[in-house]
Design a protein around this ligand. Structure first.
Ligand code: ZN
Ligand code: ZN
Ligand code: ZN
Length: 89
């Protein structure tokens, strides 16, 4: 994979795609989001750091699930929170 990867990203051999294009946590509280991210550990889809609730990064830090993909149609990249590493796929 091109990019500045880390061991977490290199350990991923199949990408978990989003089941639904909505933030699960924002749906529960009736909030809005900007962009969506899908956790590569458990497959949950949550909102990005530009969104008011930043559910994806809160999920990463509270669960220790390091790697997300962009769930935006047409975007094909992974990001690791603890290493701040990016890769395209
Ligand atoms: Zn990493
Ligand atoms: Zn959210
Ligand atoms: Zn997760």
């Amino acid at each position: 994979m091109p990019g500045d990867t880390c061991a977490h990203i290199e350990a991923i051999n199949s990408i978990k795609q989003p089941q639904r294009l909505e933030c699960e946590e924002c749906m529960k509280i009736g909030s809005d989001w900007v962009h969506l991210r899908t956790c590569q550990e458990c497959g949950v889809t949550l909102c990005c750091d530009s969104s008011p609730n930043r559910h994806a990064s809160r999920h990463a830090f509270s669960t220790g699930h390091p790697v997300i993909i962009s769930a935006q149609p047409g975007e094909r990249w992974l990001y690791c929170y603890p290493d701040e590493a990016f890769a395209e796929y």
